[in-house]
Design a protein around this ligand. Structure first.
Ligand SMILES: Nc1nc2c(c(=O)[nH]1)N[C@H]1C(S)=C(S)[C@@H](COP(=O)(O)O)O[C@H]1N2
Ligand SMILES: [Mo]
Length: 364
């Protein structure tokens, strides 16, 4: 598979995401779409807890309230008329890669592709917060979607909170657009939150209500789900910053490559909190009955950066010398020195799984 085999332009959203559950609809990005630097919206993974609520831009309103001096609400056209910005942002589900963990934690059995990188356009939330005049006593902002359902026997809307400083960060967006088009229903139309550099559970879709609060929020998606819980013991707190990670796009798993031929190894790497990826290393291990042998880690070449929150392309050339089974590994390091661990860091809900990327293939 090469990038040139991928359709471009208006027809480029031909690939459907791969369904993981049908109702509610959850699906991962197909591997072919990951070869695009910007993931087409029509191929982008979908994570829905309760299904898509019905709304239209005409009827939609966002209410700002809670611990604020000047509560108000705003409609879609008024939001579109405000100062806007665009950012390339990786969205990754906190449960991405869960199926790599042993024993397998409960939850959606995501493979490695509950991830994508798109260009989001919208209005910084802080502009609305300024207008609402958040009181000094406020600690967090709770963001609520229009969707709701029953979790652990209790009825709840989809709600997540952010520390005030994160909510007011200039890059925290009320996104109306994805890759230059109005948001699709499954991605949160007409307006969703996008919090760059955090696990995508923060990116509340179908956003209808933002309220400043003076106590830490304890909703189910904040205090019970999307929290790191060690093997036994109490929650370590909600999932927040994306962990450094890489993905091998090509060659694809179990593909055959030719001995003595120069083979391009390509992929993506990203980290969280706006910290850029500094280095990606690749290693090819030959595996037979006696164990494995290889030439050690080799530096990949990084593509041009596309902002602090986008993923980065990387590639290197590899010429396999022997026929047989090989394992290709990729390991990213970010500017803060965070490195992917060799094994998935296990936790009870299977979040933040970022071990060294690995594909097996055959040299013929
Ligand atoms: N309102 C609402 N927002 C939501 C969710 C949801 O179920 N309801 N799922 C969250 C989770 S867990 C993820 S990973 C992202 C997925 O965004 P996407 O479906 O656009 O890829 O949306 C987040 N925002
Ligand atoms: Mo998620």
């Amino acid at each position: 598979m090469t990038a040139s085999a991928i359709p471009h332009g208006p027809g480029a959203t031909a690939w459907a995401p791969e369904t993981v559950t049908a109702d509610p609809y959850n699906a991962q990005t197909p591997s072919a779409a990951l070869a695009e630097p910007v993931t087409p919206a029509g191929a982008f993974f979908v994570r829905d807890h309760f299904g898509v609520p019905r709304t239209t831009p005409r009827r939609w309103r966002l209410r700002l309230g809670g611990t604020v001096a000047a509560p108000f609400d705003i409609g879609y056209d008024e939001l579109l008329a405000m100062p806007r910005c665009e950012l390339d942002v990786v969205l990754e589900c906190a449960g991405n890669g869960r199926s790599l963990m042993t024993p397998r934690p409960p939850g959606l059995p995501w493979g490695q592709r509950a991830v994508g990188c798109a260009r989001f356009g919208g209005v910084p939330f802080r502009l609305l917060a300024t207008r609402a005049r958040i009181e000094p006593a406020a600690l967090e902002v709770v963001f609520a979607g229009a969707d709701s359902g029953t979790v652990h026997g209790r009825r709840t809307a989809f709600e997540r909170s952010l520390p005030l400083a994160v909510a007011l960060h200039p890059d925290t967006l009320l996104a109306t657009h994805m890759n230059g088009e109005p948001l699709a229903p499954e991605h949160g139309a007409p307006v969703r939150l996008v919090v760059p550099g955090r696990y995508a559970v923060a990116d509340v879709k179908w956003l209808v209500w933002a309220r400043a609060v003076t106590e830490p929020f304890t909703g189910v998606f904040q205090a019970e789900e999307y929290v790191y819980v060690a093997s036994r013991g109490t929650p370590d707190g909600p999932v927040t910053t994306l962990r450094v990670k890489s993905l091998i796009i090509s060659p694809e798993p179990d593909s055959a490559v030719r001995r003595g031929h120069e083979t391009a190894v390509r992929g993506r790497a990203w980290s969280g909190g706006g910290v850029p990826v500094r280095r990606v290393q690749v290693r090819a291990a030959y595996e037979n009955e006696e164990g494995s042998s290889d030439g050690g880690w080799q530096d990949a070449v990084l593509g041009a950066p596309r902002g602090a929150y986008a993923w980065r392309e990387w590639s290197c050339l590899w010429t396999p010398e022997r026929p047989g089974r090989y394992r290709l590994l990729a390991r990213a390091t970010d500017e803060h020195g965070h490195v992917q661990p060799s094994r998935a860091p296990w936790n009870a809900h299977g979040y933040g799984c970022n071990p060294v990327a690995s594909v097996e293939l055959v040299v013929v």
